[in-house]
Structures are given as structure tokens and as C-alpha cells.
Design a protein around this ligand. Structure first.
Ligand code: COA
Length: 259
């Protein structure tokens, strides 16, 4: 099991910490696997009646730089079949009925932002920056964000985030309904924990029933499957190879010569 995701359970609050700060908490297949295993088993009331709330956070100066670009590049180059665990992870988010709280500092790129659409309370540090640059990487939105993002913030803003890779600063994210609170960086963990503790004191059965009424997990999984089909195809294109090679070579990509 990877130690790049740390799991702690205190007072009914299951904290998942992304702990790969030297790589900006970029998510690997192994990390997705551990996240998925943990959320899936927390969802099973028999195996884990103790989990009342799930709190997700990242170590270091940013929440996460999103999917590990090296793992994407290996698929684009035909050297890997790709991550199976990412599918389990995003589906576990769609199906999670326990309340989820996120604490986000610095950048939240790609899945770092789209996973927030599955969290019930999102606390941003004042330096948070959300972005979903899928098209810039020659990919398409995932984690049901093609459905959830326009529904949450409107088509115009969502399209700009997806198609142009626009970065959304904390204050705008709050204004647009992507977050519940913006707090000074030094107060981020305390604020997120305080909210998680408040949720943990609420009646767990009523919280679960409310979340089930507010979200249709199976419809989200269906959207994820449709996105996944496109995503898998786009990952194997010349456009994607150019995007990942450019990242590795620390230069801007040039898509203009590709049809
Ligand atoms: N996958 C793999 N490694 C990543 C990564 C990612 N998504 N994001 C950052 N890293 C690595 C860098 O390669 C670098 O590794 P090195 O020290 O071995 O060279 C290290 O993390 C630090 O990153 P760096 O780019 O130097 O940090 P920064 O603060 O200047 O920039 C970002 C941070 C997030 C803006 C930049 O790293 C970035 O754009 N990352 C890619 C984000 C992305 O496209 N994710 C996929 C979304 S679908």
C-alpha cells in the first residue's frame, strides 16, 4: 500500500491526506487505489460503522496537481494500459453517501478540482486556485464534471474552465458556488476540521438520507462512463502525446500542426 495517501480515523472523522508533496500531490494509480479502497470500505456500514464524515486534504503547498502526468504519458506512448484505480476512485466519490469535506490550499488541478464537485463542504484557503485544463492536455473533462460543473456554475464559466483552462481563484470559486468558505491559509485545517466535527455530531442516518436525496450516484456513474470512453480515446491521440511531451520538456505544447 502506498504511503503517499495517509489515513487517520479520529472521533468518527476519516481523514485522507494526499502526501506526495515533492510531486505536488500528483495522483498515481497506487494513490487512487488506496483512496478508493478507503472510501469503499467506509461506505460499507458493517465494516466501518465508525466513519461519520470523510475529510480530504493535501500536504504541502498545494492540494494536488491532478493526475500524474507521467502515467498519462505512458498511456499516450502505448507503454501502459492506464489506471484502473482512477475509475474506482471517482465511482466511489459518486456513490459515497457519507458527508465529505475538503480542505484546499494552493492549486487544485484537474481531478483536484473535479473531486470537489463530489464533496459536500469545501473550504478553500485564500491562496486556492481551481483549474480543469483537460482540453489543454488534449483530454476531456472527467469525474462527471461535464455534468456537474455547468450545473453548478453555469455553462459559460464551465466552458471557459474546460476549454481554455481558466484558473479560478478562491474568491470567485466561493462566489460561483464551488466552495462554502474561504479562510486564511493558516486557518484552513482548523476550519475544515471544525465543520467535519459539526457534521459528525449530526444524526448520521439523516445526513446519509439527505445526501441520497440530493445526489443521484448512478446517474453520475453513467456520465463518468461516457466521459471515460472519450477520455480513453483522447489519451491515445497525437495531440495528447504532444501535450505530455511538452510537459516533460517544460515547454508550451504546439497543437497547430496537428489536424
Ligand atoms: N504529474 C507528475 N508530476 C508532477 C505533476 C503532475 N501532474 N505536477 C507537478 N509534478 C512534479 C513536477 O514534474 C516536478 O517534479 P521534479 O521536481 O522531479 O521536476 C515537481 O512535481 C514540482 O512541480 P513544478 O512544476 O516544479 O511546481 P510548480 O509549483 O512550478 O508548478 C504546477 C506547479 C501544478 C502549476 C505544475 O507542476 C503543473 O502544471 N503540473 C501539471 C498539472 C496538470 O496538468 N495536471 C493534470 C491535470 S488533468
Amino acid at each position: 500500500m502506498t504511503d503517499q495517501v495517509r489515513i487517520e480515523n479520529n472521533g468518527g472523522i476519516l481523514t485522507l491526506t494526499l502526501a506526495r508533496p515533492d510531486k505536488k500531490n500528483a495522483l498515481t494509480d497506487a494513490m487512487y487505489g488506496k483512496l478508493a479502497d478507503t472510501i469503499e470500505s467506509a461506505e460499507s456500514a458493517e465494516s466501518d460503522p465508525a466513519t461519520r464524515v470523510i475529510l480530504i486534504r493535501g500536504e504541502g503547498d498545494m492540494f494536488t496537481a491532478g493526475n500524474d502526468v507521467g502515467e498519462f504519458a505512458a498511456v499516450a506512448a502505448g507503454k501502459s494500459e492506464g489506471s484502473r484505480n482512477v475509475v474506482r476512485f471517482i465511482q466511489s466519490l459518486a456513490r459515497c453517501t457519507r458527508p465529505m469535506v475538503a480542505a484546499v490550499q494552493g492549486r487544485a488541478v484537474g481531478v483536484g478540482t473535479t473531486m470537489l464537485l463530489h464533496c459536500d463542504l469545501v473550504v478553500l484557503a485564500d491562496n486556492a486556485q481551481l483549474s480543469t485544463p483537460f482540453v489543454s492536455l488534449a483530454l476531456v473533462p472527467e469525474a462527471a464534471s461535464s455534468l456537474l460543473m455547468p450545473a453548478r456554475i453555469g455553462y459559460a464559466r464551465a466552458y471557459e474552465m474546460f476549454a481554455l483552462g481558466e484558473t479560478v481563484p478562491a474568491r470567485s470559486a466561493l462566489e460561483w458556488g464551488l466552495a462554502n468558505r474561504v479562510v486564511p491559509l493558516g486557518q484552513l485545517d482548523a476550519e475544515a476540521l471544525a465543520l467535519a466535527q459539526r457534521l459528525a455530531r449530526q444524526p448520521a442516518g439523516a445526513l446519509i438520507a439527505t445526501k441520497k436525496l440530493m445526489r443521484n450516484g448512478e446517474a453520475l456513474v453513467a456520465q463518468m462512463n461516457a466521459e471515460g470512453e472519450q477520455f480513453g480515446q483522447r489519451l491515445r491521440t497525437a495531440e495528447a502525446r504532444e501535450a505530455f511531451t511538452a510537459f516533460a520538456e517544460r515547454r508550451p505544447p504546439d497543437f497547430t500542426k496537428l489536424a
